[in-house]
Design a protein around this ligand. Structure first.
Ligand SMILES: [Zn+2]
Length: 159
């Protein structure tokens, strides 16, 4: 296992941390504060929002420039029959949603998950802020899962 393996952010679903068995109420509180702290970091907020919007912006740009539904276009509403329009719509919307979902998962994983992990560490659950691996009460010098060096002073603090 390489100690410098880059953290993977792509996946079909986000992975914030290892299962902790938190109650629904605790999960809500943790995500509330993770959101709050991220809101205060405009750079992460703007970067992740812009990144997550790439597929939708690309789709909007494509529809705006190609105008497939315009009069005389390939999918002219007036001359194209309903089932073709429906099929074309599905063929456009489904891949766009799939790509949009992947970009959203990446953005959450890359920019939001660290806030969730930081909040859990703050509440006394030692874990790697980079990959969400659960750590023993006295953390080792490096994460056993992803190999990132761990700061010894980043132990649980009150608040
Ligand atoms: Zn780790």
């Amino acid at each position: 296992m390489s100690h410098l393996m880059p953290q993977r952010h792509w996946g079909l679903w986000m992975r914030m941390h290892e299962p902790l068995g938190l109650s629904l109420r605790t999960q809500f509180v943790v995500h509330f504060w993770a959101n709050w702290h991220m809101l205060l970091q405009w750079r992460d907020l703007v970067t992740s929002s812009l990144f997550a919007l790439i597929p939708t912006a690309a789709m909007a740009l494509a529809l705006w420039t190609l105008k497939p539904f315009r009069r005389g276009g390939v999918l002219d509403f007036a001359t194209t029959d309903g089932s073709t329009l429906l099929l074309a719509g599905v063929a456009i919307i489904v891949p766009w949603l799939a790509v949009q979902h992947l970009f959203f998962v990446y953005a959450m994983q890359r920019w939001y998950a660290p806030y969730v992990r930081r909040e859990l560490v703050r509440r006394g659950t030692p874990m790697c802020e980079r990959c969400g691996h659960r750590l023993p009460p006295s953390p080792p010098t490096a994460c056993p899962e992803c190999g990132i060096p761990l700061q010894q002073e980043s132990k649980a603090v009150s608040g």
